[in-house]
Design a protein around this ligand. Structure first.
Ligand code: FAD
Length: 411
């Protein structure tokens, strides 16, 4: 079978890229070894983070670093046995998080993430997925006056990027979320972001939209990709496919494929876990809430989903859900969560670059393109990435400057 483009990976990023290319009249085959959206895009907190102009940086203060290094925080965990293999990524991540470089990263990133909601909106509409979407925003809550005040000051500084929020003191919080019994100093309510009640269902709805537009989904192993007679070839369960262009959108597995193709990038992963709980009592939570104790609670179709912070470990190492075990009692003490629903915690791996920006654009070899490294914001940035890459691949004027996302920044 011959096609214009094969997109490798049917997570939220790959499906979004496939839709945008199909819309521009390219014939597209989307390939995955499992169903669309069943890997990382399955288990996230469901936030479309319009406000996320400042990507998650690596801590710089010595005391915080020491806490994290001793695995004494619920927010971050290090699998120290993995250090020899992740040290390069970690050191570069720390380096890019220094004040001066970070400031420049935020300037770039804020221009991209500004399109998060506006790029999802038409796809959600076309995919008939509006029932999956919450538009109440989400909240970060703080236990101490000092951290509440610091959070409000930081939020204020993001207003210049078009971000809006409401500061809620403890009384306002209690009125807004009556089922939350925590002794909170206050919270920041981000009012513009949307949330997704079932991220898997959203990716599946986008896949159906892609198929309605004439695109085809195939099952296969991306590692069979090869170059032959000036075209890309790949095996699927229903035969080989030949394509002029190939897009790598394999999330945390992109690094593995690129290494097979001889390209070494300083990529890493931050693993994370989730668990669903029944609502305890009659009243749940009205929107996703991040508690500074190091967990997020999001009302989902399946129950309240608790998601954890970052775990620095190897992609394929056995799951170690200690962050779920550590945060579950904290969440249960103060939030309306009842018994567990899932038999075991789900684990996923955020696909990360050391400078916190995704890689979007040409790889360098003819017909090879990248849409990888979306870290904490893959759900947020999937459709915006699809549009940007489709602009570049079809010779249209990119809707934002793609330079900050070029792979050439890594040499
Ligand atoms: C706990 C947690 C919470 C998060 N919360 C949020 C949030 O609230 N908002 C947000 O924006 N982001 C969030 N994220 C991040 C977000 O989930 C990811 O950035 C996003 O899912 C990455 O999408 P992707 O399409 O790049 O990767 P994936 O969804 O992993 O897709 C890659 C696809 O490639 C396929 N694949 C891999 N190897 C092969 C192969 N050899 N052959 C064929 N197919 C292959 C996989 O099966 C998979 O379907 C969170 C992540 C975690 C872990």
């Amino acid at each position: 079978m011959k096609t214009d483009v094969v997109v490798l990976g049917a997570g939220i990023v790959g499906v979004s890229v496939a839709i945008h290319l199909q819309k521009r009249g390219r014939s597209v085959v989307l390939l995955d070894r499992q169903g669309a959206g069943e890997a990382t895009s399955f288990g996230n907190a469901g936030l479309i983070q319009r406000e996320g102009v400042a990507p998650h940086l690596f801590p710089q203060e010595l005391t915080t670093l020491l806490d994290y290094a001793r695995n004494q925080s619920t927010k971050m965990r290090f699998e120290w046995g993995a250090l020899p293999r992740i040290a390069n990524f970690l050191s570069q991540y720390w380096w890019h998080s220094r004040r001066a470089s970070y400031r420049a990263i935020v300037e770039d990133y804020s221009k991209f993430i500004a399109h998060a909601v506006s790029e999802h909106a038409p796809l959600i509409e076309e995919a008939g997925a509006t029932s999956l979407i919450g538009k109440a925003g989400w909240m970060q809550v703080y236990r101490s006056e000092a951290s509440y005040r610091a959070a409000v000051a930081e939020a204020e500084s993001h207003r210049r990027f078009g971000v809006d929020f409401e500061a809620l003191d403890s009384t306002a919080l209690r009125t807004r979320e009556p089922a939350v019994t925590a002794n909170l100093a206050g919270g920041v309510h981000w009012t513009q972001p949307w949330s997704v009640r079932d991220p898997l269902a959203l990716t599946q709805a986008y896949l159906r939209l892609f198929e309605k537009l004439g695109g085809q989904f195939r099952t296969g192993d991306a590692t069979t990709l090869r170059r032959a007679a000036g075209r890309w070839e790949i095996d699927t369960t229903t035969g080989a496919i030949e394509a002029t262009d190939t897009v790598v959108a394999l999330g945390p597995w992109s690094d593995g494929l690129l290494r097979r193709l001889g390209r070494q990038l300083p990529l890493g992963v931050k693993r994370g876990y989730h668990m669903h709980y029944r609502v305890r009592g009659d009243v749940g939570i009205s929107m996703p809430i991040y508690d500074e104790l190091g967990f997020m609670l999001a009302p989902m179709a399946r129950g309240i989903r608790l998601t954890t912070g970052a775990e620095f470990a190897l992609l394929d190492a056995a799951p170690n859900p200690v962050q779920v075990e550590a945060t579950e009692p904290l969440a249960r003490a103060d939030y309306p969560i009842g018994e567990r629903i899932d038999p075991a915690p789900w684990m996923g791996a955020r696909p990360c670059t050391p400078d916190m920006k995704p890689i979007i654009g040409p790889e360098g070899r003819e017909g090879l393109w990248l849409a990888i490294g979306h870290a904490h914001h893959g759900l947020t940035l999937g459709p915006a990435t699809g549009r940007l890459l489709a602009d570049m691949m079809t010779g249209a004027t990119p809707f934002i400057d793609p330079t900050p996302y070029s792979v050439t920044r890594f040499g």
